[in-house]
Design a protein around this ligand. Structure first.
Ligand SMILES: NC(=O)c1ccc[n+]([C@@H]2O[C@H](COP(=O)([O-])OP(=O)(O)OC[C@H]3O[C@@H](n4cnc5c(N)ncnc54)[C@H](OP(=O)(O)O)[C@@H]3O)[C@@H](O)[C@H]2O)c1
Length: 310
């Protein structure tokens, strides 16, 4: 099969190569998925799991990419619930070969059915950003109707999902970002926008939940904005400054079939819009991922050319 591999951590995306690799075998409880579309997060070549396995051994050359939408072509020993020919989407294991490839071996529990009316590119755009927003808001942040959310990076891949899901849950959302992000953040449902480079963060007042995708000084200053009993949720590593009278949680997103089902249902009925910025083919992916321009929104690699509605 054709796959993009990386072998040199220091080289970053410049070290990506499109090569021939053997198709992966299905392990216990796996499915093999023929990938139609894959999602890529720009920071993943910095993650240790791209380079080493769970006991710390070098696992290069490794195939990056952790979001997929495609069709099941084989079942591993003991695999239940899914069947060959089924459309699925999901979140691949951080420590295994990923989704910038024609096939992936993935534990069946990490994928969910992809309804026939949802495009593969849309399916591949949802797992990381959708699940991260869902888990940060509802599991870790315990968001309820009437609360307020400060959504940092509100025009980004995760931030647009955070904004939409929080609004749907009945929260008041203040989005942040850079000045050119204002219109997009408001378009995705933020009620207010704060330009982090020109406005004063502290002017937003107190909020119940801060959802941080930026870190550094922005995160440190956000801790003081948390109301008593509120939560600072970080997806960019451990929180250095904790709220005086609230919780701080940092987490890494996990696959969850039921949550994927909730998310895709919202896309189908129009409650959730995707934020796909760049779409490329597998052949052009290395060049696209090495673009000198900052890629905005989700980056999707269409691994198999698909017809309309597929
Ligand atoms: N722990 C987890 O499970 C998990 C899951 C998903 C994502 N993440 C992490 O979350 C981060 C965001 O991911 P993403 O996919 O949403 O990225 P993204 O699409 O690039 O979104 C980030 C947004 O924040 C903005 N931003 C970043 N730094 C800023 C600053 N200093 N001032 C103002 N705006 C700023 C970006 O604007 P510009 O594009 O102009 O910089 C962009 O709009 C990444 O570091 C990713 O690795 C973690």
């Amino acid at each position: 099969m054709r796959a993009i591999v990386v072998t040199d951590q220091a080289a970053g995306t410049a070290g990506m190569e499109l090569v021939e690799r053997p198709e992966p075998p299905a392990a216990i409880n796996d499915v093999i998925v023929q990938i139609h579309a894959s999602g890529f997060v720009s920071t993943e070549l910095e993650w240790p799991s791209t380079w080493v396995d769970r006991v710390g051994r070098d696992r290069t050359p490794s195939i990056p990419g952790h979001e997929l939408a495609g069709v099941v072509t084989a079942l591993g020993y003991g695999t239940t619930v899914l069947s060959v020919g089924q459309r699925v989407f999901g979140l691949a294991d951080w420590h295994r070969d990923g989704t910038l490839a024609e096939y992936v071996a993935i534990e069946a529990r990490n994928v969910a059915p992809l309804p026939g009316d949802v495009d593969f590119a849309v399916g591949a755009s949802l797992p990381i950003s959708g699940l991260t927003a869902w888990q940060g808001l509802f599991q870790h942040g315990r968001l309820t109707a009437g609360q307020s959310v400060l959504a940092h990076g509100a025009a980004g891949a995760v931030g647009t999902m955070v904004t939409q899901l929080a609004r749907e849950a009945g929260a008041y959302v203040i989005g942040t970002g850079r000045a050119p992000d204002r219109e997009k953040a408001l378009d995705f449902g933020a009620e207010e926008f704060l330009d982090l480079e020109n406005d004063t963060l502290e002017s937003v007042g107190e909020v119940d939940l801060v959802f941080d995708v930026i870190g550094s000084d922005v995160q440190k200053r956000s801790a003081s904005l948390i109301k008593a009993g509120g939560t600072l949720v970080s997806v960019v590593g451990p929180v250095e400054v904790r709220p005086a009278d609230g919780l701080a949680v940092d987490f890494v997103v996990e696959a969850d079939r039921a949550q994927l089902g909730e998310i895709v249902q919202r896309v189908r009925d129009g409650r959730l819009r995707t934020n796909i910025g760049t779409t490329t083919s597998l052949d052009d992916a290395v060049a696209a991922l090495n673009s000198t321009e900052r890629l905005k929104g989700k980056t999707i690699i269409r691994v198999r050319p698909s017809g309309p509605g597929t």
